[in-house]
Design a protein around this ligand. Structure first.
Ligand code: G4P
Length: 295
């Protein structure tokens, strides 16, 4: 994807974020890393490990309502195998939220015992929440703090302040001081982020993007794709994404004057239906292909 590869992903912004996070590390006990359960690898900032240094951490696979449940289980097993606590979460319904505090306590078990030995029983536990834009940080904090204060525009260039939220007796969350973009050196990472809507559509060519998505789905999830758009597997084998897009547009009667297919409308429909999981629960990063993941 030429246009994604060529975009400058705000390196200055990242440096500022890195510095801000580093300066807050001394105030917190653990880091909750929110990843998108549909792309746990691609939604992870590869520099995070060096930024948070050796702070205790846990992985939260958010939006698991839209991910393939079997694959989410594999990812959690993979993280646990690497001694990284991991839970699956659905902030839309709140499913999985109850596991958060116990998991943090488990991660900090040694420290909590040490505090207790020093007479600091019930010391407030402070956790920093990090994750790329749109992964659900505000929704998570809102859910946990049962308030509606966390909604902050989180786009490159828009600063969000550091904010603490009390989510229960003796438990505080710190909103990320800054924006953590992943690296887009791997073009496929950029594409997957664009597929799920983490990269603004205004800076991508949606017809090209949906064409790439259709090729990906044809190669990896052909059954739900064909059933949703009434396509024959044999008929789309070997086609370019744009040709599949045209086929879908025609089948849906999306035409413009002169009888041409309205591929722009078809692209918007395909992206929308993928992003709201109408096409099914799909995970695009497979745990088995990322066994060397490090966080
Ligand atoms: P951010 O702070 O990390 O940028 O993310 P935010 O909480 O703003 O969430 C981004 C979008 O993802 C929101 O949708 C939010 O509702 C949705 N979302 C968050 N967690 C989940 C989840 O577990 N499952 C699903 N399906 N969606 C989730 P939006 O369309 O931008 O806003 P709205 O529809 O909530 O108004």
């Amino acid at each position: 994807m030429e246009e994604l590869r060529s975009i400058q992903w705000f390196p200055g912004h990242m440096t500022k974020t890195k510095r801000k996070i580093e300066s807050q590390l001394k105030l917190i006990d653990a880091v909750a890393i929110l990843l998108d359960a549909r792309i746990p690898f691609s939604s992870c900032n590869p520099d995070l490990r060096s930024i948070i240094n050796n702070k205790p951490r846990l992985v939260v696979l958010n939006k698991c309502d839209m991910a393939d449940p079997a694959e989410t289980k594999r990812w959690i097993a993979l993280f646990r195998q690497k001694n990284i606590a991991a839970i699956a979460l659905d902030c839309k319904t709140g499913k999985g939220l109850n596991a958060f505090i116990p998991t943090v306590k488990q991660v900090l078990a040694d420290r909590i015992s040490a505090w207790e030995e020093k007479g600091m029983k019930g010391r407030t536990i402070k956790v920093m929440v990090v994750g790329i834009p749109n992964v659900g940080k505000s929704s998570f904090i809102n859910r946990m703090s049962k308030q509606n204060r966390a909604k902050v525009e989180d786009r490159p260039g828009v600063t969000r302040g550091n904010q603490w939220y009390t989510i229960g007796k003796g438990f505080d969350l710190l909103d990320t001081p800054g924006v953590l973009w992943p690296k887009f050196e791997d073009a496929l990472v950029g594409e997957k982020l664009a597929f799920i809507g983490s990269v603004k559509d205004e800076i991508t060519d949606t017809e090209h993007l949906s064409g790439r998505l259709l090729e990906y789905l044809r190669d990896n999830y052909s059954a739900p794709l064909c059933s949703r758009y009434k396509l024959e597997e044999a008929a789309i084998a070997g086609l370019q994404g744009y040709e599949i897009l045209e086929m879908i547009g025609r089948k849906r009667g999306m035409l413009i004057s002169g009888g041409e297919t309205d591929t722009s409308r078809a692209a918007a429909a395909v992206l929308d239906e993928f992003r709201n999981a109408t096409l099914g629960k799909i995970t695009m990063d497979k745990a088995a292909e990322h066994t060397d993941v490090r966080i």
